[in-house]
Ligand binder design. Structure first.
Ligand code: UD1
Length: 416
């Protein structure tokens, strides 16, 4: 089993282009099956979760694979509506295929998705939205059998702006008769990216990015080529790494606007930040100070996916920073690992208090989940001595090649 080894304490400096967004490309890959033709995705990151999506697409009968840097899906030969349990378990996002399969085939059979590392992750909102569109569902020995021969558009109010439920409802509504109005939809930029992809192949979706999304049931009409948006959490990771270790980084292929809550926190901690079109520059002395309270919230609030990462950046900051995790029940599993490196963090329920320590030291640590793993890299870069990170398959789910990227900034980091 490979691991990442970091010799920390080095100043980081350089420029990086940010990879395409995982949370955007996974629902877009599910959306490709709506169109019985070809979709070409540019800027799609090479990730294990993307490979898992490709396995699902191939199982369904699609042709899917890399052609150079482009990922191409031809869904004209799609002839199945089931996803076997072992493919469902590979990642949480497999559930977004449900809405897409129903829209294209009118039937779907699958089990519950994997990815429970952040506490319970129910899919009741997904299922409720699909039922309201007319899907009939029954569950038999862990397998959900859904039929949706006559889905009809209507107003659907989500009780919580769930990202995945919003995506599933949009995909299913593309295959329903008439108009669906989704109220209290999630406003994450990745939903806008999904809308843009769908519109590019002839679907009619508008309003993404606001809390009301309108979908006219309509089959896609043509093949398309689409460039996936940049990954704002990967960008947040590299900004946090340089903030913690000290140095200067110029990120390209990023949206400054999508990162505003993260850059505001890093600015409050003492970093200098500037940005232009598609670019963010961060400069840090490595001597940060605490930033009061960070509360995670649905977009445009502070992203739960950046909570562990910012926490890692502030472990040596002067004073105490309070984190309140409002999205997931159990998203502090990285804390014990950070404490092995000398961090001072106390957790009570959804609140974590980080008291800055003068120095961190390298240690042998283990990734507990994707962003928790990224946090260990950030802490390792700021720590004195050697950090050895195990179970890096979590990191590989969302980061294309962090060793390459951090080396480009001058980090002493290697894969063993
Ligand atoms: C997506 C992101 C994930 C991010 C999260 C929140 C992808 C592939 N993943 O996950 O990286 O951390 O948004 O920004 O885009 N909930 C329910 N019932 C449901 C669905 C959700 O109670 O049916 C709850 C969840 O338990 C959680 C909250 O709603 O407490 C938010 O979850 P949701 O927005 O759905 O996150 P995901 O789509 O799973």
């Amino acid at each position: 089993m490979s691991h990442i080894v970091i010799q920390g304490g080095r100043r980081l400096e350089g420029a990086l282009a940010v990879q395409g967004a995982k949370n955007s490309v996974l629902p877009i890959l599910a959306a490709t099956i709506l169109h019985p033709g070809r979709s070409v995705l540019l800027g799609c990151p090479h990730l294990s979760d993307v490979e898992a999506s490709i396995r699902i697409l191939r199982h369904l009968g699609c042709k899917a694979g890399w052609e150079g840097e482009a990922l191409t899906v031809d869904a004209s030969s799609l002839d199945r509506w089931d996803i076997p349990d072992h493919l469902m378990r590979e990642m949480r996002s497999s559930v977004v295929f449900l809405g897409a399969i129903l829209a294209r085939m009118g039937w779907a059979e699958l089990s519950h998705p994997g990815g429970c590392e952040l506490g319970p992750r129910p899919i009741d909102l997904h299922l409720s939205a699909l039922r309201q569109l007319g899907a009939l569902m029954r569950e038999e020995s862990g397998c959900m059998r859904c039929s949706a021969q006559h889905m009809a558009g209507r107003e659907i109010v989500l009780s919580m702006p769930s990202v995945g439920a919003t995506e599933n409802a949009i995909l299913a509504a593309c295959g329903a008769q008439g108009e669906t109005i989704l109220v209290n939809a999630a406003r994450e930029p990745e939903i806008t990216d999904l809308q843009n992809f769908l519109c590019g192949m002839g679907c009619q979706v508008r309003g993404a990015g606001s809390s009301t999304v309108c979908i006219q049931g309509r089959r896609p009409t043509h093949d398309s080529t689409y460039a996936v948006m940049p990954d704002r959490i990967v960008a947040a990771t590299y900004l946090s790494a340089v903030a913690a270790a000290g140095g200067e980084v110029e990120l390209h292929r990023v949206s400054h606007r999508h990162l505003s809550t993260v850059t505001a926190a890093l600015h409050a901690a003492g970093c200098q930040i500037s940005g232009g079109e598609g670019q963010v520059v961060l400069c840090s002395t490595g001597q940060l100070h605490s930033v009061g309270t960070i509360r995670t919230a649905p977009y445009p609030g502070f992203p739960t996916d950046a909570q562990a990462i910012l926490m890692a950046a502030l472990l040596r900051a002067k004073g105490a920073t309070v984190f309140v995790e409002n999205i997931f029940e159990n998203r502090y599993r990285h804390v014990d690992e950070l404490c092995r490196m000398g961090a001072d963090i106390s957790v009570a329920d959804r609140v974590a208090v980080v008291t800055g320590v003068p120095a961190l030291f390298g240690a042998k640590v283990r990734c507990t989940d994707l962003r928790g793993g990224a946090a260990l890299m950030v802490a390792g870069l700021a720590a004195g001595g050697e950090t050895l990170i195990d179970d890096i398959f979590h990191i590989q789910r969302g980061y294309e090649d962090p060793v390459r990227d951090l080396r480009a900034l001058g980090a002493e980091i290697r894969l063993e």
